[in-house]
Design a protein around this ligand. Structure first.
Ligand code: MSP
Length: 522
């Protein structure tokens, strides 16, 4: 058993409401942490919101409310969305939390004392979208920020700077010698290239330009610039303190994985690592950068008007539980690649996998058990682990653990579906209805046992993606176990009465169009 697992997500900006891009990351993270909890008792997930900076200040001013009021309003939307999607975080941090602000000031002071922060007058191109200075070579041919397609402003200010260049070689070395550090590894070259051209970074802004942020102790003229504030959440949330870190911090740090989007990989793999090096802290084991979600193949944007909130998808398809949406999102892209959301794909994917493949398999097998054996498994039906489905179950389990070790979440979902496919094929091949007709009842019973035992495995393996469906499957199998991987062994399903006719119901209803209204597009 792994002794602990600490996962963090990016903390979302609260200058708007959550959309399915934010949801994608939180679902991936939740699937990972639920899987890790199946293997260890000490798996901890942190998420949160990034609440300081000029964008919040400006949005609040334009609405005539205080920045804190804007943050509170949007924070509750994120909190609500994560509740609806059953994101099982252990802590949600806000960068406006007092404890966080206090520790960030401490961290800034420590970096200053270490000689890694210095004051410097600087003229540069500032993008308020990125909340960072861009170098001319980062811009598009038209001189725009490539991410926000806005012209950066030229700004001259006296700011504090962090000596990133001092750590450049050490970071490159770390990336090169730690194969698991950047996942997926196809991002490594791009990062090493960025590192070659790295410069010291500004880590504060003047109070005139940004008021909404954490002040620098002993210097009233400056506000700590968002990235030091934001990145530090990963340690402040679990009780980091320079003098006196908590037991929780000592147990959980270093993070096993920071789950983030591909757009902010530089901040995590370079800036954050340099800050940690300066603080003398251990480095995170993995930075896992996922791709982006597009809508019907277009980038989601307010101006196109195609931004979809997760709640809208659930409402549009009349879904009381988030399982189908979680499953679809978690399967949306191969590791690190971009994925796409479309209503049609969503319907097709979950109907095929959850309703037709997994749901029907359980349903018809339980019906046969009722028809031929009055819903009862006799002890002589129990098959041993040498049969081919049992062997496949064991292999699938091991492959899933391996896939999760590499953050291949969609790939792990495919393994479950392939296993269910194989079990469906086994049912077709063995044709228990024919065996029953020929009165080969022992053989029939063994086939049904094998399928139901495979279903018990499927429930446990599916649990991180679809916790409610997994629970329903176990209930229908009359199983009272939890979802720990230690329950994944052949022969766990015991003999005895399992079910009766009235108890059998579909674990997932097809998303056919008559169920789906079109509230989302309205
Ligand atoms: N506040 C920073 C992160 C600081 S982490 C110390 C930020 N916030 S964000 O709200 O813009 O994005 C939060 C996360 O959502 C990021 O990891 C980002 O990549 C992800 N996504 C935002 N839009 C997305 C999609 N359309 N698709 C997938 N993920 C996307 O960046």
């Amino acid at each position: 058993m792994q002794e602990k697992f600490y996962l963090t997500t990016a903390i979302d900006y609260v200058n708007g409401a959550p959309h399915i891009g934010h949801a994608y990351e939180k679902i991936l993270s939740d699937v990972i942490i639920r899987h890790k909890r199946q293997l260890t008792d000490n798996a901890f997930m942190l998420t949160g919101t990034d609440e300081h900076g000029i964008k919040i200040q400006k949005t609040a001013a334009s609405r005539g409310i205080t920045p804190k009021e804007l943050c509170d309003e949007n924070f509750s939307k994120f909190e609500q969305a994560w509740k609806e999607l059953e994101i099982s975080y252990d802590k949600i941090i806000r960068t406006t939390d007092e404890q966080h602000k206090k520790t960030v000031k401490q961290i800034f002071k420590k970096l200053l004392e270490n000689g890694d922060i210095y004051k410097h007058s600087y003229t540069g191109l500032y993008c308020s979208g990125c909340e960072s200075f861009l170098s001319p070579k980062d811009l598009t041919e038209d001189g725009l920020c490539p991410d926000h397609l806005k012209k950066p402003e030229e700004i001259t200010e006296e700011n504090y700077f962090f000596k990133l260049t001092k750590y450049k070689d050490k970071i490159a070395d770390y990336i090169k010698t730690h194969k698991d550090f950047i996942q997926p590894s196809f991002r490594v070259n791009e990062l090493l290239h960025q590192l070659e051209n790295i410069e010291d970074i500004s880590v504060s802004r003047t109070k005139e330009s940004v008021q909404w942020g954490i002040g620098v102790d002993g210097d009233d003229s400056q506000t700590i610039y968002v990235w030091i504030d934001a990145l530090s959440n990963y340690i402040t949330a679990i009780g980091y303190d320079i003098e006196n870190p908590t037991e929780q911090f000592k147990t959980l740090w270093p993070a096993d994985v920071h789950v983030i989007g591909k757009d902010i990989i530089k901040f995590h793999s370079i800036y954050w690592i340099a800050i940690l090096m300066s603080l003398g802290l251990e480095l995170p084991k993995t930075i896992f950068a996922h791709g982006w979600i597009t809508i019907d193949q277009s980038k989601m944007s307010k101006s196109i008007g195609n931004v979809i909130a997760p709640h809208d998808v659930l409402t549009a398809f009349n879904l009381e539980k988030p399982d189908a949406f979680r499953y679809y999102m978690a399967s949306a892209a191969q590791i690190g690649r971009d994925g796409n959301y479309s209503d049609e794909d969503f319907k097709e994917k979950v109907n095929a996998d959850l309703a037709n493949n997994i749901g029907n398999l359980l349903n018809r097998t339980l019906n046969m058990l009722v028809k031929y054996f009055n819903g009862e498994i006799k002890s002589e039906f129990i098959t041993d682990k040498s049969n081919k489905i049992a062997v496949m179950a064991e292999n699938t389990k091991n492959q899933i653990i391996e896939a999760f070790n590499h953050y291949e979440i969609a790939e792990a979902a495919d393994l479950i579906v392939s296993f269910a496919d194989a079990v469906n094929k086994y049912v077709t091949e063995t044709a228990p209805w024919t065996l029953a007709k020929e009165e080969k009842m022992l053989e029939t019973g063994k086939v049904l046992y094998t399928v139901l035992e495979a279903m018990r495995h499927i429930a446990i393996m599916l649990y991180p993606y679809c916790p409610n469906i997994a629970e329903d499957i176990l209930t229908q199998l009359n199983e009272k176990i939890d979802f720990k991987y230690e329950n994944l062994y052949w022969g766990g399903l015991k003999s005895g009465k399992i079910t009766e006719k009235e108890k059998i119901k579909p674990v997932f209803l097809r998303l056919d169009s008559e169920f789906a209204t079109d509230k989302k597009k309205g």
